[in-house]
Design a protein around this ligand. Structure first.
Ligand SMILES: Nc1ncnc2c1ncn2[C@@H]1O[C@H](COP(=O)(O)OP(=O)(O)O)[C@@H](O)[C@H]1O
Ligand SMILES: N[C@@H](CCC(=O)OP(=O)(O)O)C(=O)O
Length: 367
């Protein structure tokens, strides 16, 4: 079966194709494959490393100290150049690109999470290619994801991808690090990431890459638990992206556990804002419960508690029974000002708006 929404992670090792520089022919080839998938109606979200390398290249390969400050400086120099390269190449295929720089905090804080999600979905709806990287220049130890394998798994959850493809310089997960164990063999299928799989992780990867196989296994565990299958394959393989997206068995495939919706439900149901309580009128309760509608402010008769935009809130029917939980797009104080009013009035009352829905149906779980 072909994937409809793919998160593609490109490691530094792929972008350099065994050289010291961003390998332009490699980037052209990958962009061509992304454009071909777009033409088939498959959405692609790119998580691209390479900023540090591009910065190092731009500055003429100065001796490396490998400190955090140096990495941040090189990333600051390189990120723009990396994006310029993607924008130029995508333009050849009539594609626009959007730069999205994220850190771990953007996944933890719900308002930021929601904003990132809205932007990414907006890009996908308009056929724009989002190019994501960690925001290295601000990502101090406490808030950084730390490697783009893990970041790509977070992104796969964020956009509810139906495939995460991690391209690297190894053909997949081997029984041991193939650099030091030439007798190692490829593992084509991993039904579950268990202790035996973790034991194969080996060391920290190439001198340019971050994390080696360890972070790729970690990414596979995060994404497969949330319902997204993961493939690790080689960027040297001809048409790797197209073939994997079309379901061809190359590299190592990690099987998803459970249905994606279940994982997302668990996420929404977790961390309910304390004492939050939104009460609906009968019409809104029926629309939400029986017609699967989004929840609009017009159907709200009462708002209790103090919650922020992006938090999970409890939704009650007029009879006082909890009927749903969902992620609110408006904070409690703002919602009190627009409850019972039509969505078209929101901007006039608040001076801004985050869309017509209070809780979008995708963010609403019926109980
Ligand atoms: N069991 C394993 N199977 C395959 N590769 C492994 C394994 N253990 C360690 N590795 C190493 O991981 C490297 C890829 O990771 P890394 O250098 O971080 O690449 P990237 O830049 O693509 O993230 C491979 O080149 C390989 O040497
Ligand atoms: N954010 C960094 C890449 C970090 C990273 O995980 O690198 P890699 O192991 O090559 O995917 C950069 O753009 O250089």
């Amino acid at each position: 079966m072909s994937a409809r929404r793919v998160v593609l992670k490109l490691g530094t090792s792929v972008l350099t194709a065994g050289t010291d520089r961003l390998h332009r022919p490699r980037l052209v080839d990958l962009t061509r494959q992304i454009a071909a998938l777009h033409a088939e109606g498959t959405q692609v979200v790119l998580v691209s490393s390479g900023a540090v390398l591009a910065g190092w290249e731009a500055l003429g390969f100065p001796p490396r100290t490998r400190t955090l400050a140096e990495k941040q400086l090189l990333a600051a120099v390189g990120q723009g150049r990396l994006m310029h390269t993607y924008a130029t190449l995508a333009d050849l295929y009539g594609l626009n690109v959007a730069q999205v720089l994220l850190t771990a905090d953007d996944f933890r804080a719900r308002a930021r999470y929601l904003n990132a999600r809205t932007t990414l979905h907006g890009c996908l709806e308009r056929g724009i290619l989002p190019v994501i990287n960690e925001n290295d220049t601000v990502a101090v130890e406490q808030i950084k994801v730390g490697d783009n394998d893990t970041l790509s798994a977070f992104v796969a959850n964020l956009v509810e991808a139906d495939l995460l493809l991690i391209l690297t310089d190894a053909p997949g997960l081997y029984t041991a690090d193939p650099r030091s164990h030439p007798e190692a063999t490829l593992i084509p299928e991993v039904p579950r990431v268990d202790a035996g799989i973790w034991a194969l992780a080996g060391g920290a990867g190439t001198h340019r890459g971050t994390g080696g196989m360890h972070t790729k296994i970690q990414a596979a565990e995060i994404a497969t638990r949330a319902g997204t299958p993961v493939v690790i394959a080689s960027g040297d393989e001809r048409d790797a992206l197209l073939r994997v997206a079309h379901g061809e068995p190359i590299g190592t495939r990690f099987h998803a556990h459970g249905a994606p919706l279940e994982a997302r439900k668990r996420w929404i149901l977790a961390e309910v804002a304390s004492a939050s309580r939104i009460t609906l009128d009968a019409g809104a309760a029926t629309a939400v419960r029986e017609r699967g509608s989004s929840l609009l402010p017009v159907g709200v008769v009462d708002v209790q508690g103090d919650f922020e935009r992006g938090q999970t809130v409890r939704v009650y029917g007029p009879d006082g029974h909890e009927i749903a939980r969902g992620l609110t797009r408006y904070r409690a104080d703002d919602l009190r000002r627009v409850q019972g009013r039509h969505s078209g009035d929101i901007a006039a009352v608040l001076g801004y708006e985050y869309g017509p829905e209070l809780i979008h149906r995708d963010d609403l779980i019926l109980l």
